[in-house]
Ligand binder design. Structure first.
Ligand SMILES: *Cc1c(COP(=O)(O)O)cnc(C)c1O
Length: 397
């Protein structure tokens, strides 16, 4: 206990105070379990915020990274490298998109998507005052462009002015979007399933109406799949279930399973009419190490039938969460899809999450009132039972 306290004290003196961290120091992981530096074991239903889809200490993944480290870690994008070519080809195949730009984070993928949309519109009409419609309750990252399209005024206020010409509509309210469209609108942007904002899945009808509107007005549809993508909702990308294909999409989080990497992808049609040489760049993006991670992650998704596991376990998770919601007064209900679930509560959930941590269960929130469940995609029904057992105990207390 003393050692852990000391590290936390040191951290509070050395790190910028931008997070209210949970009071544990994590040390190592094994499958769906994490251990702190004192050896205490935690069942992990957060996976480092929907990142470690494959579970911790995956031998094949670790080996692939070690091999790439010994070979070549970085080259810059002035040259080609084999892992990036292979990763881009695989990503095209699983997404059905045509062109890939690798980034180092989710926010950076969103930045690229915004630039691509603006350039597309600029080439069309030469205007420099294009507008983007984003959604309330959305989250797209903390850099200035991504923050500008994030629908939470609390995150934005102190950092105004934002990039400008951003309008906010309501998710699943088509009229609220349509009302905002003008001849300057270049893109409509949203998360197929909103994550940080409280786990709000898009409705199929909304997706279809938006797609039709975009086609009619030559507006680009940008879907942010950073959290809901990579198999989490039972298809590689959540939009694939709806049959509504975006013009541009973003991916990150589980894409590298812990190695920082993201990407924005687009159709050939948009690629031919937007960013061109000199328009965008990154020193690290898609470097051999990051690309080796993407390669191995995509291989393991197939070899280990990750998406099949999501589809096998998710209905059970939903059933158990619904049962819990029925028997617990504090829970209002459940929202979500696949292994991206939220328990909507009647009050702030911080205390429950801390109690769960004491009892060896890692959970996170989405907004103040929602317990967010985004476990590694390799969980079993037994893990679900274990989670429910601990959570039940914490809710009763
Ligand atoms: C996490 C997240 C981001 C930002 O990703 P970072 O890697 O933290 O920059 C953007 N969009 C969504 C939907 C996210 O969940």
């Amino acid at each position: 206990m003393e050692a852990m306290k000391q590290y936390i004290e040191d951290a509070e003196k050395a790190l910028l105070h931008t997070y209210n961290r949970y009071q544990i120091v994590l040390d190592r992981g094994e499958g769906v379990y994490l251990y702190d530096i004192e050896g205490k074991k935690y069942l992990d239903f957060a996976s480092g915020i929907a990142v470690f889809a494959l579970g911790y200490h995956n031998e094949a993944y670790n080996e692939a990274l070690k091999m790439q480290i010994d070979k070549l870690i970085h080259t810059s994008n002035y040259y080609y490298n084999v892992p990036a070519v292979e990763a881009a080809k695989k990503l095209k195949k699983v997404s059905g998109m045509d062109r890939v730009f690798f980034t180092n984070s989710g926010a950076e993928a969103v930045e690229g998507a915004i630039k691509a949309a603006r350039k597309y519109a600029y080439l069309k009409d030469g205007r420099t005052d294009h507008e983007i419609i984003a959604m309330e309750h959305s989250f797209h990252g903390r850099t200035m462009g991504a923050l500008s399209v994030t629908g939470n005024p609390k995150y934005r206020e102190a950092f105004e002015p934002m990039i400008g010409n951003i309008k906010f509509a309501q998710m699943n309210n088509f009229d609220s979007v349509k009302e905002l469209v003008t001849e300057k609108t270049c893109a409509i942007l949203f998360e197929t399933v909103q994550g940080e904002g409280g786990i709000y899945p898009a409705e199929k009808k909304f997706m279809e109406q938006i797609k039709a509107l975009c086609e009619e007005r030559d507006i680009l549809l940008i879907l942010d799949e950073i959290q809901c993508g990579m198999g989490r909702t039972g298809t590689m990308y959540a939009w694939q279930r709806y049959g509504v294909k975006p013009d541009i999409m973003t991916t990150a989080k589980a894409l590298g399973c812990g190695i920082p990497v993201g990407a924005f992808l687009m159709t050939e049609y948009v690629a031919k009419r937007s960013l061109t040489s000199g328009d965008h760049g990154t020193t690290y993006g898609g470097n051999p190490l990051a690309a080796a991670a993407v390669n191995k992650v995509l291989d393991l998704f197939e070899e280990n039938h990750i998406i099949e596991n999501v589809n096998a376990v998710a209905p059970y998770l939903e059933e158990q969460l619904d049962l819990l919601a029925e028997t617990c007064n504090f829970i209002e209900g459940r929202r979500g899809t696949g292994l991206m679930q939220g328990l909507v509560c009647k009050g702030a959930v911080g205390e429950v999450i801390n109690k769960a941590l004491d009892n060896g269960l890692i959970l996170i929130s989405a907004g103040t009132n929602v317990i967010r469940l985004v476990p590694p995609l390799v969980i079993t029904k037994k893990n679900v039972d274990e989670m429910i057992g601990i959570l039940k105990k914490c809710l009763q207390a």
